[in-house]
Write a protein that binds this ligand. Structure first.
Ligand SMILES: [Zn+2]
Length: 83
């Protein structure tokens, strides 16, 4: 059984800059981004907001899938994503 996919946009909470467009697996709050589901990356790839330079995630992995682990409270999402 595959999980539903929710296309969302990830924004910097400090300055509202669009950071990632992302296909989220399943409902709930965003705690991590699987790198292979980031559909558009608007950052410089340095895990910081390109405008205000707030760090918002760090690189990690689950199994052999690299993830960007979101730092709590640094981003908000737009798009359909049930809790
Ligand atoms: Zn920012």
């Amino acid at each position: 059984m595959s999980k539903p996919i929710y296309p969302i946009k990830v924004h910097c909470r400090s300055c509202n800059t669009l950071l990632y467009e992302y296909d989220k697996e399943g409902p709930g709050s965003l705690v991590k981004c699987f790198v292979d589901r980031i559909t558009a990356d608007h950052t410089k790839g340095d895990f910081k907001c390109p405008k205000c330079e707030t760090p918002f995630c760090r690189l990690s992995q689950i199994g052999n899938r690299p993830i960007h682990k979101i730092i709590g409270g640094k981003v908000y999402i737009k798009g359909h994503c049930p809790k």
